[in-house]
Write a protein that binds this ligand. Structure first.
Ligand SMILES: [Zn+2]
Length: 262
């Protein structure tokens, strides 16, 4: 890491976490209550770094505020609690925040090679480009964890996936030996999920995950962090790979007592 950046980060972390930010965490981010005290401390550090280092821009009349930044950064930070390798999402420089689900006016070729146009989006991530998020949906996700729906987890999972150079549902794994078993597990799970939906069955992984392998990774990452108990029960193989990759065991968190929105 660049020396200047390291020195600057040190300075940022030496500052006291603002009380007004803490109040936002306590009020708007009940996921905090699921974390250990050490993880909460780490999350505050990540929040401070992300707010300092990313360029935050409000779009379509959204006024950027501490609340928007803290709520977004805290959810982004959950992914990084035990994953230092992304260096605070080094490939994401800009966070664009819209007031609500926005409608794309421009056609573009998505990271998955598919062309999207004119469809309502909750958020999107472009290769080395901005992460685009809806404030309304991010706040709802923050207020109601446990549903396996979180647009912030989803978009930042894409960003993590993209760091490997190709957006193919496989991020940079911790060890070379992980790739074979990972591919076997994910291919089998993808096929099995498709068969389940074709047979009219339901699954904790919502059908959007079948769009392509990149969406499969993003949607299952939402499940892993936001509905880990049913996800682990239904897909123990995927869960095990994700627990190793993200360095976390979210199913072990005290969901029942503290995950209720306040
Ligand atoms: Zn997606």
């Amino acid at each position: 890491m660049h020396l200047l950046r390291r020195a600057h980060r040190k300075k940022v972390l030496e500052q006291r976490f603002p009380e007004s930010w803490e109040a936002i965490l306590q009020r708007d981010v009940p996921y905090m209550g699921l974390l250990t005290p050490a993880e909460q401390t780490r999350l505050r550090e990540i929040v401070a770094i992300l707010i300092d280092e990313k360029f935050w821009e409000g779009c379509n009349g959204l006024e950027m505020s501490d609340r928007v930044q803290v709520v977004m950064a805290a959810q982004m930070g959950v992914l990084l609690l035990h994953l230092d390798a992304t260096d605070y999402f080094h490939n994401v420089r800009t966070i664009l925040v819209y007031p609500a689900a926005y409608v794309q006016t421009q056609e573009h070729v998505g990271s998955d090679g598919l062309v999207h146009s004119g469809s309502a989006n909750l958020g999107e991530a472009w290769y080395n480009g901005p992460v685009v998020l809806s404030w309304n949906d991010a706040l709802q996700a923050a207020h109601a964890p446990g549903r396996g729906l979180n647009v912030v987890f989803h978009e930042l999972a894409h960003a993590v996936d993209m760091m490997s150079g190709t957006t193919n549902g496989t991020p940079l794994l911790r060890s070379r030996e992980d790739y074979g078993p990972w591919h076997d597990t994910m291919s089998a799970a993808f096929q099995a999920l498709r068969s389940r939906y074709e047979a009219g069955a339901r699954d904790v992984i919502r059908p959007y995950g079948l769009t392509n392998v990149a969406e499969f990774f993003a949607v299952t990452t939402e499940c892993f962090f936001d509905a880990p108990i049913p996800f682990k029960q239904a897909h123990p193989d995927i869960y095990q790979h994700y627990a190793r990759f993200w360095g976390q065991d979210p199913a072990d968190r005290p969901w029942r007592s503290s995950s209720r929105p306040r």
